[in-house]
Every structure is written in C-alpha cells, then in structure tokens.
Design a protein around this ligand. Structure first.
Ligand code: SDX
Length: 429
C-alpha cells in the first residue's frame, strides 16, 4: 500500500490513502471518511479541498506555473492560437494541420445564431450588463439547439465545443451592437476566429473596417490566456451544475454567472474602474494602497492576489509584456498603463502585500489591451468568458465522463436551533 494518512479519533486510528498527482501534488483520499468515522471535514471556500482528479490544466501557485496539458502558458502565448488551444483542451493534444482545419471550419459552420436568439436581444433594456445578457442567451441555446447533456452527448465533442465557442462570440458581438444602436454584423467565412469577432464588433456599413494584424494577434493571445485555469470558482460552478446532469448550456451559463463577480472574472472591469478612479484622483496610487491595507476599509486592490498563485501570475507577466512592448503607440498614450505600472511597483515593495504574497493576477493588465482594442469596460468580463469557454467545456466533459461521476452535494455542520414544536400564531409573542 502506498503512502497513507492516519487520523485518530477517540483513541481509534483510521488510515486513508494518499493520492499523488503527476506533478507530485498530494491529496488525502477521504471519500470513505464519514462511512468509517461518522465525521465530515469543514473547509469554507475549499481552500484545502480537491474536488476532482483532472488531467487538463496544471498550476503550481508557489512557482507561478500554468500549463495546458503540460504545455507552458508562455509557449502557448508565443506559438499557438486560441482555436488551436480550444482543440488542445478538448483532446489533450495539439491538432494536426488537417484536424485544425476541420475544427476551424466547424467554428465557421456554427458561427451564426438562430434569428430568434438575435430577436431576444430586443427585450433586454439598453443598460443591461453584457454578462447578464450573455449568461441568459447561453442558457437559451438549449431551447434553440440540441440538448447536450451527460446521457445525450449525441455529437462528437468537437461539434458541441465548436458550436458553443463560435456562437458565444457572435452573441457577445450582437449584444454590443444592439446596446449601441448599431446594425448587427454577421460572421464571415473568410476570417479567423478573432478577426471575425473584431469585425462583428467594430465593422460598420459606412467604413471599410479591417481588423489589423496586431489587434487580431492581441485579441487571440488574450482569449488563449484565459482558456482554462483548473478548478476556479466558475469552472467549479460548471462542474457542480453539470453533475446533476443538467445540459451543457445550462452548466456553462452558471459558470458565466459565477465569473461575473468582482472577486473573480469581474475583476478585469473593476481594475479599469479602479485605475480610472486613481487617474481622476490625481494619480495618487499610494492613497489607494493605504486604503487597501486599512482593515476598516472594504476597498481592495482589484487585479492583485489569488487563491492559488502566491507568486506572479504567469498570465499577468505575459499580458504585461504585450502592454509595454506591443502597445507602445496605443497604451503609451493611455495614462492608465502608467498608473498600473506605478501601482505594481509600489505594491511589490510593500510589506503588507509581500507578507500576504499578493501579486498582480491575470485581470490586472488585460483591460489595458481590451481598451486599446476598442472594447467598452463593461464587456471585459464577457471577453474573459469567451476565452474560458473551451476550458469550461473540457472540464464539463471530463466531469461527465469520470468513472466515479456523482452529483455534487457538500455536507455541513449545523449550528441552528435544536428540535422544538410548532407554535400556533395566536400563541406567538
Ligand atoms: C481570477 O481561482 C482562479 O483561478 C481565478 C482566475 C481564473 O483564471 O479563473 O485566476 C481568475 O478570478 C483572478 C482573481 C481576480 N480577483 C481580484 O483581482 C479581486 C481582488 N483579489 C482579492 O479579492 C483576493 O485576492 C482573491 C479573491 C483573488 C483571493 O482571495 P482569498 O484567496 O480568499 O484570500 P483572502 O481574501 O483570504 O486574502 C488573504 C489576505 C487577507 O488579509 P488578512 O485577512 O490576512 O489580513 O490578503 C488580503 C486579505 O485582506 N488581500 C488583499 C487583496 N487580496 C487579498 N488585500 C488588498 N487587496 C487585495 N486585492
């Protein structure tokens, strides 16, 4: 028998096997704990709890390492594309040229959405948040397209993945156009994934818009950087909802809702609002650092800190490089980049943040590029969701295929009232 963990309760010892991952992470397998001891564990926020065994993405938070099926994120950013990354996450290997061509053609084939869905946009108020619209429309996909659930995964994963990855981009662009009183721009068959998206977003009947190569490259890199991140809050929501055998679209819609929160994907919008506020407030970054350290103040520096990374988020390092090297003409004129760089420099030298191992995360610099590409701040989290789509699908598929697939149903420690009788209303005080 391999390594075991021993728990002693009331003088009796219980042994539980230790699972060792391919990167030597260790986990105590407590799946028989309650049956053997009558005890459960408590771990608010799942700080110490593994929810599953997965072979998709590896993160080493102490070293600041992120790999998609073993390939470092830095190499993916330099050599790969978002579409190739989507294939890698679904299949666990990079596609051959023919496989990539077929997957790309599926994305084109599924890029249109049912006109009924386009009309649904007319019923959202103009001020509706794009994440609210996206989550609602993705859920509505199961009314317009074949159900995709654990039992009826009738199509190859490529078709399910391509349909969702392609349509979510179209829906996001349509919602932006509608909110801004612009005619929708339909997807085209002759453009790459990211070029098509920029065209649907920013093309106009009165100008010859062509997304320049650099913008397409930046868009594709940002989508790729967000593609998966193991068991984060929104992916855990997708897995939990999917564990009830709810269909893929409903499960992903729950992930969109979880991502919206400012502690999670909503942070990229919160970062830009924070940088803008600091800029309007005269650029006094130290004032905001002091606010973030003041325990009587609920303010936190958005874009800093991470549940897993206790080192620099490798994605933030890559995105920052693109901000400073590639966006010279654009972001150099954007004072918010200067504020972000100054804020990071001061934070990384401040004992409060050093002691708590708080570093910039993926959301800290991404908004600078999104803004330079022309996106409104309230769409930033939608862009995160589009990037995360392949990861959510891959994780959902892995969960549905798991040999020990069970409905997720955590236990609790009850601290409420003990048993007492019902009191008729005329006897209540
Ligand atoms: C994403 O999980 C993933 O993988 C997520 C993600 C993905 O790709 O899916 O990487 C994407 O969500 C990135 C995170 C984006 N969120 C933000 O930038 C919001 C600001 N960050 C924090 O709110 C916070 O850091 C979290 C939510 C990200 C992590 O919170 P934890 O792990 O629960 O840590 P904590 O709140 O217990 O903080 C520990 C200490 C506390 O101080 P003490 O009580 O020890 O004195 O650090 C402090 C916190 O007050 N702290 C911060 C801070 N983040 C943590 N203080 C000031 N500013 C911050 N940003």
């Amino acid at each position: 028998m391999g390594e075991v963990a021993t728990i002693t309760i009331d003088g009796q010892s219980y042994e539980f096997p230790v699972l060792v991952g391919s990167e030597n992470e260790r986990g105590i397998d407590i799946r028989s704990l309650r049956k053997e001891t009558g005890y459960i564990t408590l771990d608010s926020g799942y700080m110490n709890t593994g929810a599953c065994i997965s072979n998709i993405t590896f993160i080493d938070g102490e070293q600041g390492i992120l790999r998609y099926h073993g390939i470092p994120i830095e190499q993916m950013a330099e050599h790969s594309s978002f579409v190739e990354t989507c294939y890698l996450l679904q299949h666990g290997r990079l596609p051959t040229a023919d496989q990539l061509k077929r997957f790309s053609s599926l994305l084109n084939e599924f890029s249109l959405v049912h006109e009924g869905m386009r009309q649904l946009l007319n019923f959202f108020p103009l001020h509706a948040h794009p994440m609210n619209i996206l989550g609602s429309l993705v859920n509505a996909l199961s009314s317009f397209y074949p159900h995709v659930d654990a039992n009826s995964l009738t199509e190859a994963i490529d078709i399910c993945a391509a349909r969702l990855i392609s349509k979510v981009r179209t829906l996001a662009a349509y919602s932006y156009r509608k909110a801004n009183g612009l005619p929708v721009v339909y997807p085209r068959q002759d453009l790459s994934y990211s070029a098509n998206f920029l065209n649907m977003m920013f093309s106009s009947p009165v100008n010859d818009y062509v997304a320049d190569e650099e913008s397409v490259r930046l868009m594709d890199m940002l989508l790729l950087m967000h593609a998966d991140h193991e068991q984060n809050c929104s992916t855990s929501a997708v897995r939990l909802v999917g564990s009830s055998q709810a269909n893929l679209y409903a499960s992903i819609s729950s992930g969109i809702s979880a991502l919206w929160g400012p502690l999670h994907g909503g942070a990229n919008q919160a970062v830009m609002n924070m940088l803008s506020q600091i800029h309007e407030d005269g650029g006094d970054t130290q004032k905001y650092i002091d606010m973030a350290k003041d325990k009587s103040n609920k303010f936190r520096l958005s874009g800093f800190g991470h549940r897993v990374y206790k080192n620099y988020d490798p994605r933030a390092r890559v995105i920052k490089k693109y901000c400073t090297n590639t966006l010279e003409k654009g972001a150099a004129k954007d004072p918010l980049l200067g504020i972000a760089l100054k804020l990071e420099e001061q934070v990384l030298q401040d004992d409060y943040f050093i002691e708590r191992k708080l570093f910039p995360n993926v959301d800290f610099y991404s908004g600078i590029i999104y803004k330079a590409l022309g996106f409104p701040t309230n769409m930033f989290t939608v862009l995160f969701a589009i990037g995360r789509m392949p990861g959510w699908i891959a994780q959902w598929k892995e969960m549905t295929n798991a040999s020990d697939a069970k409905i997720g149903r955590p236990r609790q420690i009850y601290t409420g009232a003990q048993t007492r009788d019902y009191v008729p209303i005329d006897q209540r005080l």
